[in-house]
Each structure stands twice: as C-alpha cells, then as structure tokens.
Design a protein around this ligand. Structure first.
Ligand SMILES: [Zn+2]
Length: 132
C-alpha cells in the first residue's frame, strides 16, 4: 500500500461535511504525514498553537529572538472540514520550509511557494493563497 494512502484515508474517514476543531494532540499525526509526503522530512518540529484568528485560518511566524520557539504555526480553532485543516496546516508548513530550508527572508506566496502545488495535488490537497 502506498504511504500516501494514510492521509487520503484519514480525510475520507472524516468526510467533507463535518466541521473540524483541531486539538493539539491530533496535530502531530497529520504534521508527520505532511512532512514525510511533501517535505521529505526536512522540517523540524515547530511550535503549533490553536486559537481563534480573525481574517485568516493559519499563520506562520518567525521570531529569531524568541527564547524557546523561533518558528511558530498558529491555526484557527475551527475548520469547514478535516481536509481544510490539512490544507491550511500544509500551507503554513510551506512557509516554514521557505524560511527554514530555503532561507527566504519573507515567506511569501512566490514561485518557491507554488512549486509545492504539484506535490499537494498528488496527495489530494489544494495549495492556494486564500482558502475562503
Ligand atoms: Zn500564506
């Protein structure tokens, strides 16, 4: 069985018509799959928080002066469905990759960002700038 099956199966199991509220203990599983399937395990474990965000579903922040976590991903507390959650987490992970691996100063929706579009498609995910 191809390893990508696991993510597709997860998404299928959750269905598309169920609101998904991420919980901190559920995130590492999805993070690990994305890191393996999309980023060749090049990403490290970041600091991920969940909270209600206005006007966005996810954020990636880099703070070189942080005492503990320089890289931080913030996720909205409510998603349309599980797939949307996975896509947003993946989107923020691209920004993380841009910073950590490509050493880009500002993680923007540039050519390097969209280079991941194909890899996302391959595992059934969309990579967009804005999701809704
Ligand atoms: Zn973005």
């Amino acid at each position: 069985m191809p390893r990508t099956k696991s993510l597709a199966t997860l998404i299928q199991n959750y269905g598309n018509d169920r609101i998904f509220k991420p919980r901190a203990n559920k995130i590492p599983t999805v993070y690990k799959i994305l890191n393996r399937e999309v980023f060749n395990n090049r990403l490290k474990k970041p600091f991920i928080t969940i909270r209600r965000i206005h006007g966005a579903l996810g954020l990636f922040e880099f703070n070189p002066y942080a005492t503990k976590y320089c890289y931080k991903i913030t996720l909205h507390n409510k998603f349309r469905n599980f797939q949307e959650f996975v896509e947003i987490l993946g989107h923020e992970m691209v920004h993380y990759y841009q910073k950590l691996v490509l050493k880009q100063n500002s993680a923007k929706h540039n050519k390097e960002f969209y280079n991941f579009k194909k890899k996302f498609k391959k595992i059934g995910l969309e990579l967009k700038r804005i999701y809704r």
